[in-house]
Design a protein around this ligand. Structure first.
Ligand SMILES: Cc1ncc(COP(=O)(O)O)c(C=O)c1O
Length: 468
């Protein structure tokens, strides 16, 4: 029996618990739930047949957009007919081995080993356990703490949640199992030295070094950071920041982990975001774009020198995930890499980044847009109350980011993200196959929606007629 639009709305409200959602807000007679039924290229269609540009790539996952289903399906069918499943627990199978080899070849120098997971939180926790076992093997059992950054999101399973720097997500669940100290992120907007890149960078790195010294440098196992931090709104690093992280970690024997769950696989125009900043981390976490979300999968890339002690003295890696490296997902990830190379996906992002940035910068003429920041196909507009850049207060955020923007964006035909884990931002991360026309349309839609938002809040109209 095919479920109709109405029966899906009813059944969802009765049975389906939505993630990170005010579940009670949706259902018949309340806010309609967006139920997506099919997709094509950069577009998704709801059960009523309405088309939207997926300006968020289904939560930063759908790098290839949605038109490779047949090709992916053929790769999946071949694998399912041959070997539907086996684990990576003391056994292996060709697609996991081949994928590990491909990833090691694409990765920044030194990252030779690959541990597969089913998603991002699992990758972050696996990276932590590998780091701990590395230090233990080296006789440094005291290294039991980590450094992460404020507002950063590194996942929500309890281990990964320790690294996440959003207090409201952690508070109900008590003390973190991993002691993590959070330091400043790289948000230059409103920072007193934010416009002076070298001074800003120096201050951030000094803060990290002082934190390490205050905690006891021989007690820190890991420093984890995203190349461009998502939460807070596409926080790019100042020049020299990643080199600085590398130097500090080397100085104090701390492992450097790049969390590339979002920035990996082309989001910044490179296979891995750290390559853009010229640094090789010791551990690199992946998920989302690894398969372009045609199947769930995550991975941790591990530097040879980190893995080495784990291969010695009859040591056992004390971590395993049943579905980590599932042959179906591995076959799809291999096909994803093949398509990226064949169809010039990284090149598309590199070619169009400047255009997207220039078009988004035009939106600064709207008084509600205080800052435009990002890289590759990963951008945020910081939304502000006035020309002085005053942040919205809680009740205004409620009205703007929850009551108004989500519905108005959908009405315009765009999926984008209004977020206030840090200050208020509107974020886009379109599929990496988008052409100029689609990117332009996304910017126009945002312009229309934000002009209306400004009006709602009684702000002056935009100075640029074409934007409004
Ligand atoms: C940087 C980062 N790390 C980890 C995660 C957790 O990934 P998952 O939701 O697949 O567990 C996310 C999810 O958005 C993320 O953005």
């Amino acid at each position: 029996m095919e479920l109709t639009h109405d029966s899906l709305q009813r059944a969802a409200s009765e049975h389906l618990m939505l993630h990170f959602t005010r579940n009670g807000a949706y259902g018949p007679g309340r806010t309609p739930l967006l139920v997506l039924d099919r997709a094509e290229g950069p577009y998704v269609f709801d059960t009523g047949g309405r088309r939207y540009i997926d300006g968020l790539s289904s939560l930063f996952c759908a790098q290839l957009g949605y038109s490779y289903g047949t090709e992916m399906g053929q790769a999946a069918a071949r694998q399912l007919e041959r070997l539907p499943f086996n684990t990576n627990w003391s056994t292996a199978h060709p697609p996991a081995i081949e994928l590990a080899e491909r990833l090691a070849a694409l990765a920044p120098e030194g990252l030779e080993k690959v541990f597969f997971t089913s998603g991002g939180s699992e990758s972050v926790e696996a990276a932590w356990k590998i780091a701990r076992q590395y230090h233990l093997a080296n006789g440094e059992a005291k290294r039991s703490k980590a450094i992460a950054r404020r507002i950063a999101y590194h996942g929500v399973t309890l281990g990964a949640l320790s690294f996440t720097g959003v207090e409201s997500m952690k508070e109900p669940f008590g003390p973190s199992p991993i002691p993590v100290t959070h330091v400043s992120n790289t948000n230059p907007y409103r920072a007193p030295d934010g416009e002076d890149g070298p001074a800003f960078c120096r201050r951030l790195l000094d803060e990290i070094e002082q934190t390490i010294l205050a905690e006891g440098s021989d007690t820190i196992a890991l420093l984890i950071a995203e190349p461009v931090q998502n939460a807070g709104g596409c926080l790019t690093p100042p020049d020299g920041y990643w080199q600085g992280l590398r130097e500090i970690c080397d100085r104090y024997g701390i492992l450097l982990a790049a969390d590339e769950v979002i920035t990996g696989f082309g989001r910044l125009g490179e296979w891995f975001g750290v390559s853009r900043y010229g640094v090789s981390p010791d551990l690199l976490t992946l998920a989302k774009g690894l398969t372009s979300a045609y199947a769930p999968m995550g991975a941790v890339l591990v530097a040879e020198h980190v893995a080495k002690p784990l291969y010695e003295n009859e040591r056992t890696l004390l971590h395993g995930i049943t579905f980590g490296g599932h042959p179906l997902s591995a076959a799809i990830a291999l096909k994803n890499i093949e398509i990226f190379e064949r169809d010039g996906v990284l090149e598309n992002v590199r070619n169009l980044e400047a255009h997207l940035q220039a078009r988004l910068q035009e939106l600064r003429s709207l008084p509600i847009v205080g800052d435009v920041r990002g890289a590759g196909f990963f951008w945020a507009l910081e939304l502000v109350k006035d020309e002085a850049g005053t942040p919205f207060e809680a009740h205004e955020r409620e009205r703007l980011l929850r009551a108004f923007l989500p519905g108005r964006l959908l009405k315009a035909g765009l999926i984008a993200r209004a977020d206030d884990r840090g200050d208020s931002v509107l974020q886009i991360a379109p599929p990496l196959i988008c052409d100029t026309d689609v990117l332009d349309r996304i910017v126009e839609m945002i312009g229309e929606v934000l002009a209306d938002a400004g009006e709602l809040l009684g702000m002056p109209a935009a100075r640029l007629a074409e934007v409004a």
